[in-house]
Ligand binder design. Sequence first.
Ligand code: SAH
Ligand code: MG
Length: 212
Amino acid sequence: MIVDERFATYINSLENGNKEYLDELEVYAKKTDVPIIRKEMQSLLKTLLVMSKPRQILEVGTAIGFSALLMAEAAPLAQITTIEKYEKRIPLAKANFEKYGKSEQITLLEGDATEILARLTGTYDFIFMDAAKGQYINFLPDVLRLLSEGGVLVSDNILQDGDIIESRFAITKRNRTIHARMREYLYTLKHHEQLETSILPLGDGVALSVKK
Ligand code: SAH
Ligand code: MG
């Protein structure tokens, strides 16, 4: 938790909730240890989607489809493409898109995002990055190629549970590579001439970028 838990609890207590099936899916995900976006990120995504009214959304990291479904509800006119590589989660995500009547609106691309992003063409006006943190920096060139002018890039989990501010020597060896890559990613987002980026200590940390 990077924000005082009492602030997060208070802010989340103001939420007026999602559709019932999303709440059920959220409970299911927590019970089965599937990582899904936190309440704070849910609220931010909904606000950004209503604000930017995207027509084409790209998500990297589907898991079982919770955030894709949440975005489908918040942006009913958008087409959503979402990428997932984990075989165990793919059938669950697909079943959820069917079950909740969103399989026309949401397309699941199966496989490693590194390869899939490289093959994708067209443009997206909203991209949600929520996959393996250590890979964001590798995905970035393709993500920027696919992002339209004025398009929004939202990157989740960028403060690495607070580790990001620590020196690399204070980080467990296991997390050092991710630490270095995430710092490089944030530096690049902030210094890239095509981007305007704001880093928000919300949830597990969010980078909000707009392509100029
Ligand atoms: N956005 C989802 C949660 C995604 S969790 C939600 O909030 O509902 C992150 C997911 O990214 C995991 O399911 C993981 O399997 C997937 N992932 C990680 N690295 C990936 C890669 N290189 N290509 C495709 N999927 C990846
Ligand atoms: Mg996440």
